[in-house]
Each structure stands twice: as C-alpha cells, then as structure tokens.
Design a protein around this ligand. Sequence first.
Ligand SMILES: [Zn+2]
Length: 307
Amino acid sequence: MAADAGRPAADALTRFVVDAAGVRGSALTLDATTATLLAARDYPPAIAAIVRELAVAAALLASALKFDGRLVLQAASQGPLKLVVVECDRGLALRATAQWDAEGVAALPTDASMKALAGGDPAARFIVALDRPGTQPYQGVVALPDGPVAAAIAHYLTTSEQVASRLAVASRGTRAAGWLLQRMPPPASSLPDDDTAREAAWQRIAAGDDEAAVTALLEGDDVESVLRTRFAWDDVRMLATAHPHAGCRCSEERVVRALRIAGRDEIEAAIAERGEVEVTCEFCNRRYVFAADVARALVGDAPTTPQ
Ligand SMILES: [Zn+2]
C-alpha cells in the first residue's frame, strides 16, 4: 500500500531459524488487527491490554503449534474480569471478546495482571484449547498467570509441549509486538560435539534480551534488523512471512443453528419483546436480524434436542 511505503509492514508474522542453536522462532507485529479487535467493544484500558497481549500470544502459538483448527486462549473468573477469549485459526485470523465488571476493573491499575483482574478468585483459570475439526478438543488448564501473559504461556509450552520456549510481548495503544523462541530437539544423527555447540549457542541466546527485541519491533524497526541485532553471534535464516488479521467465524448458518438450539420459547420471547429476532455476534458485533415469521419458520421443524 502506498500509504505504508517506507514503513515496516505491520500485522506480519515472520518465522525464522537459528540453526547453530537449533532454535526456531516467530516475530510478530500487530496494528490494524488489534485496532479492529479493540474497536469491537468499549474495553477499559486494563482489559484492552490483556486482549492485545493474548492476541499476540495466540498468533504466535497458532503458528508454532502447526495444527488445523483453532487455538483458543481463555481466562474466566468471578472477579472483575469475568471472561476473556481470544481465538486464532491456522490462517492467523484472530477474534476476541470479553466480559467484565466496569466498577471492579476501574478500581484496578491499567496494567493489572490477569490474576489481579480476577480479584483473588481461587477458581480462576487460564485455558489453552486446541479445537481441531474431527477430533476431541484439547484443553490445557493452568492457574491464572500472576504477571505477564507471555511468561505464563512460555511456561505452558515448556511444560506441556516439552519444548524450551521463550515468549515476550509488548504493546502500546493499538500496536502490539511479540516474539517466540523455541528450542528444537537435536536431530537423531547429532554428534556429541554438535550437541555441545548447540547447547552453547542456546545458552548465548537465552542470555539475550527478548524484551529489547520486542520493544524494537513495537517501535517499528524492521524484523531483519531486529533479528540481526538480537542474534549478532549467529546466522539467522528468515522463513515465510504470514499476515495475521481480524476475522470472525460467525455466519448466518451458525446463528440459525444456535437459534434452533435455543428453541421456540426463546424465539417467541424475543419476538414478544421486539417484534423480531436479533442476534449480535459477541466477537465481531455483526448483527443478524430475522423477521418474526422467518424466525418462526427456522425453528418450526427444528429438532427438540441440541445437535
Ligand atoms: Zn462474528
């Protein structure tokens, strides 16, 4: 786009490999995507910050885990933050929604952690779910992170995926950036000397400053120069760049299915109240409106049990 000439491309996820250390990584910047996600609700600053960070984490995780379907990050509590959900699919389409108690959130600092936003609810949980078509959904449930979202997700990857992982996220306004480094297991043919060299390279990388790299991305430095600075001692191979974007899976077909599940009584109640049936997508705010006779026809021959 001409308007962006000379500017680094926002909303890009670039994968890279540091062969000497057996490290693969992804560097991500979001701007238009997060702007769209945040515009869907009147998020208080503290909740907006969580949505931004989760959006970065979700895109990085979705690209790292390489699966068909959706990655869902979700936190739920009885505290000021009732619910936050961020989803990312294989094509890096992101969507987000949240519910909160306005007074409770307003009483907390704008950089409150998810744990603080959960108001000390001991049952509060953070869930990493993989929703793959045709398979049982996978859910990893962890305690709510007390601190940055990135640290909790890096811990999840290191323990659940058994891959040493480092994840850093920074955000400001609508702009957000992040970075995921993962240490790959050595190839079966690896020799002891190679393992020693790889370990030394990993230790060198692990001692480096991921926050500085992510801050540079946030400030608009191009990915290549950030990588060259961060891995000054090692060769970095840049792989494909993908483009995350805001995208919702809602459709009239899905809404109709939901209405059939809701059943005739709920449809009649909605018609009695407003003369029609209106459904607003909780993620993207798209409105689906059905005239009374259309809505009645939709559930007229509906099965009585949910599918
Ligand atoms: Zn939607």
